[in-house]
Design a protein around this ligand. Structure first.
Ligand SMILES: [Zn+2]
Length: 340
C-alpha cells in the first residue's frame, strides 16, 4: 500500500511534482559481517549506518524534510507537490508503482514531473541525475539434436549448437564493452549475459543429450528499440540450424523523451550547481520504478543527491551525513525554483 502527502498548489493547471521513494529494502543475508547492526540506524564516524541509508530511506527523509520546510514557510507553491512512498520496488515494482499508476487516484493527481531514486556518484565534486535506464529483454535459447553415445564423430549435438549461439552473443557483448568509457554511460550500451545453461547429465560422461537450453539476460539501452536487440538474437540463432529462441520477458518501448532536455532536468541541475556540485546526466544499467513513469510519458529523473561511494544492497551500506544535509539543501533550492 502506498502513502501520500501533499502541499496543494495555487495553479491547478500546472502539472504536479511527485517526490517518490520506495519503502522496501533488500534483505540482509550476512548480518554478522556488518560493522554496525544493519537495522540500528547508528550514527558514527560522520556516517549514518544501516540498510536503506542509500537505497533509499535517506532520499525519502530528504523529501519529507524539504516538504516539511515548505509547509512551515506558510507560502503556497504554484504547483502541487506530492510526497509518495511506495512498496515493492526491490521485487520489480509490479505490486507497488505499477498498480499505483493504473489506479484512478493517480490520474486524479495530475502529476507531470517525478523525482525518484538515483545513484551515488562516488565523486566528491559531482552528483548523478539519472536520465535513462535499460530495458530488460529475457530470452530462452533452445537447441535440439539427437541423443547419442559420446563417442560418435558425427553426433547431432545440441550443446555444440547452443555454444555457437552463445559464443556469438558473448562476442557481441565484448565488442560493446569497448564502447563503455565512463560509469555514467554504462546504461547506453547493450549487454547480453548468459545467466543459465542447462544440458545433459553431469553424472554421465558419454551421453550426448537431445536438447540444450540457455537463458540470456539482455539489457537494451533506452534509445535503442527493443526490436534491434531482438534482431541481434535472431541473427545469432538463425545462423545455427537446430537452434531457436523464445522471448520470456520484454519491457515494451516507451515514449522516447530525452530526459536531459526537460525543464525538470534544467531546474534540478541549476539547484546542484548553486550548491557547488556538478550535475552529471547518468544512464543506469539496471531498471527501477522510474520506467513506469516514463512509460506514462512523464518527465522523471532519478536523483539520490550523494557524492559518496555507491553501496546499494551492500554489506555496511552507509551514508555520510554531509551528503544527507547537502542533499536536503539541494532539494529545498530545487523546490523553491521549480514549484514557487
Ligand atoms: Zn532503490
Amino acid at each position: 500500500m502506498h502513502s501520500l502527502s501533499a502541499i496543494p498548489g495555487k495553479d491547478k493547471t500546472l502539472p504536479a511534482l511527485a517526490l517518490v521513494h520506495h519503502m522496501d529494502v533488500v534483505p540482509i543475508i550476512d548480518a554478522d559481517s556488518w560493522d554496525y547492526p544493519p537495522f540500528g540506524g547508528i550514527v558514527a564516524d560522520g556516517h549514518l549506518h544501516g540498510r536503506g541509508t542509500q537505497d533509499m530511506k535517506s532520499v525519502g527523509a530528504i523529501h519529507y524534510q524539504a516538504l516539511r520546510k515548505c509547509a512551515q514557510l506558510g507560502i503556497q507553491p504554484q504547483r502541487t507537490i506530492y510526497l509518495i512512498a511506495v512498496p515493492d520496488e526491490e521485487i520489480g515494482g509490479f505490486t507497488g508503482t505499477k498498480l499505483l499508476l493504473q489506479s484512478p487516484l493517480f490520474a486524479h493527481l495530475a502529476i507531470g514531473y517525478v523525482l525518484d531514486e538515483g545513484l551515488a556518484s562516488g565523486n566528491p565534486a559531482a552528483v548523478f541525475i539519472k536520465t535513462s535506464e535499460r530495458k530488460p529483454l529475457q530470452v530462452r535459447i533452445s537447441a535440439t539434436g539427437k541423443a547419442a553415445h559420446g563417442s560418435h564423430l558425427f553426433a547431432d549435438n545440441p550443446i555444440h549448437k547452443l555454444v555457437q549461439v552463445c559464443a556469438s552473443l558473448v562476442q557481441e557483448q565484448q565488442q560493446r564493452q569497448a564502447t563503455a568509457t565512463t560509469l555514467s554511460s554504462l546504461g547506453q550500451v547493450l549487454s547480453a549475459n548468459i545467466t543459465s545453461l542447462h544440458a545433459g547429465n553431469t553424472a554421465t560422461y558419454n551421453a550426448v543429450p537431445a536438447e540444450a537450453e540457455a537463458i540470456i539476460d539482455i539489457r537494451v539501452p533506452h534509445a535503442m528499440p527493443a526490436e534491434t536487440a531482438r534482431n541481434i538474437v535472431e541473427h545469432a540463432v538463425y545462423a545455427v540450424p537446430g537452434a531457436s529462441y523464445e522471448i520470456v520477458a520484454c519491457v515494451a518501448d516507451y515514449p522516447l523523451i530525452d530526459q536531459e532536455q526537460t525543464i525538470l532536468f534544467a531546474a534540478l541541475a541549476k539547484a546542484c550547481t548553486f550548491h557547488g556540485i556538478e550535475p552529471i546526466a547518468y544512464h543506469a544499467e539496471e531498471a527501477s520504478d522510474l520506467r513506469f513513469y516514463w512509460q506514462h510519458g512523464l518527465q522523471g529523473l532519478g536523483f539520490s543527491p550523494f557524492t559518496c561511494k555507491e553501496a546499494l544492497h551492500a554489506t555496511n551500506e552507509s551514508l555520510p551525513l554531509i551528503d544527507l544535509i547537502r542533499g536536503y539543501e539541494i532539494i529545498c533550492t530545487f523546490l523553491s525554483q521549480f514549484c514557487y
